[in-house]
Design a protein around this ligand. Structure first.
Ligand code: ATP
Ligand code: MG
Length: 303
């Protein structure tokens, strides 16, 4: 053992080392616990459905965790916003035909309207509109859940275009619009014919609806590399450049008020795009306001 002086020096050094260790641990601990506390508080806020962000600076693991948390929180808020919008849009869409039906029935009950054939066909028209909206919503929900089942088989695209045109010929003639089809080089697909007709049909009905009398709607199919491309072109009203990115949004339409003539609820294009994607393809639009629009469905030929 050393002298008392030596022992005192050793004890002093040991005490110093201990002090440094404790200080370092406390500093490191507080540096670690502060951001963790902040994160915990933010998670609580998020649980309460409030906007939650954490501010952690630096480049360590905790900062990456904070950045990931912020991104997740932002995404959750956006989804929540979309969900609220969806619910209010659906309520709004269903309200119009339902209040029409109610109006007709109340007028009949009061004896203002005769319960005749005309009434029945008005009621039937509103009921069909309701059915149409609900079927569309169902299609979108199934596609969103990734549960859209395709019954794929070899499809002759030229025949398919003729079928779609036949289905829309009556409406086109009534509107004074010429409807034509053309297929270059026998394009064939392996696809679900029912879903494909639905997608092209949505595009064709939009085109007919937005084309003034004496205009033309043409359905054109061709092979392009490994793809089959279907163009639905009209000489109609066209779509403004700033509206073009929005037309594939659910419930979006240029004319906000739904009238019989301008039609639908703004679900046709989102559905057509979902159906294209389910087939591994894409749907895009180009348009010149006042001149017309082209909707291009591009599908891989061999799947
Ligand atoms: N060929 C077109 N020419 C001009 N505008 C178009 C054309 N196709 C779509 N639009 C615009 O895009 C909007 C969205 O179209 P979409 O097919 O999704 O809904 P919709 O036709 O209004 O209703 P739905 O198809 O559900 O019956 C339309 O309301 C219309 O304003
Ligand atoms: Mg439509």
């Amino acid at each position: 053992m050393g002298s008392p002086a030596n022992q005192a020096r050793i004890a002093g050094v040991a005490a110093l080392v201990l002090l440094i260790t404790v200080t370092a641990t406390v500093i490191a601990g507080s540096r670690l616990s502060r951001p963790l506390r902040e994160l915990t508080d933010a998670v609580r806020l998020m649980e309460e459905g409030k906007a939650a962000r954490v501010t952690v600076t630096g480049r360590d693991e905790l900062c990456r965790l904070a950045a990931a948390f912020n991104a997740m929180s932002e995404r959750r808020e956006r989804l929540e916003e979309l969900r609220k919008e969806m619910v209010s849009d659906i309520a709004h869409e269903l309200r119009t035909p339902l209040s029409n039906i109610r109006g007709w029935l109340e007028a009949t009950e009061d004896g203002v309207v005769a319960p005749d054939r005309e009434l029945v066909s008005s009621l039937l028209e509103e009921a069909l509109l309701l059915q149409h909206i609900i079927d569309d919503l169902q299609d979108l929900a199934v596609a969103d859940a990734g549960e859209l089942r395709l019954r794929e088989e070899p499809v002759n695209v030229a025949d398919l275009l003729v079928q779609v045109a036949t289905a829309h010929r009556g409406g086109a003639e009534a509107a004074g619009v010429t409807l034509t089809t053309r297929a270059d080089g026998e394009p064939r697909l392996f696809a679900d014919p029912v879903r494909l007709r639905q997608a092209v049909g949505n595009l064709a009905s939009n085109a007919v609806r937005h084309t003034p009398p004496d205009g033309t709607v043409s359905l054109l199919a061709r092979r392009e590399g490994d793809d089959v491309v279907i163009d639905v072109t009209d000489t109609g009203t066209g779509i403004a450049a700033e509206d073009l990115p929005l037309i594939f949004e659910r419930f979006w339409r240029v004319e906000k008020s739904r009238s019989r003539r301008t039609g639908g609820s703004g679900l046709g294009l989102p559905i057509a795009r979902k159906l294209a994607e389910a087939h591994g393809g894409t749907l895009h639009a180009t348009s010149v306001l006042g001149e017309g629009s082209t909707f291009t469905l591009r599908l891989p030929a061999a799947r």
